[in-house]
Design a protein around this ligand. Structure first.
Ligand SMILES: [Zn+2]
Length: 76
């Protein structure tokens, strides 16, 4: 396994082609990191921030809770 990577260099930033910074590898700065992230989000790769449960499932779960509260399991 041979890596043509120089120890002193971290490679080039894929955004602006400047020398990347160790702290922000493989980018040169936090800004370019954000740019890259923005590209992902703009590219239709949308990830919902919060996944809400289906309302039907929630109702069902609540009904289950009520029912199990009414008739108690004698073994419990
Ligand atoms: Zn950059």
């Amino acid at each position: 396994m041979t890596a043509p990577v120089n120890d002193n260099r971290t490679g080039t930033c894929p955004i602006c082609n400047k020398e990347a910074a160790v702290a922000h590898k493989p980018f040169c700065s936090a800004r370019c990191k954000d740019v890259d992230l923005g590209r992902w989000l703009d590219g239709g790769y949308a990830i919902p921030a919060v996944e809400l449960p289906d309302e039907g499932d929630l109702e069902e779960a609540m009904q289950d809770a009520f029912q199990s509260g009414d008739k108690r399991d004698p073994e419990f």
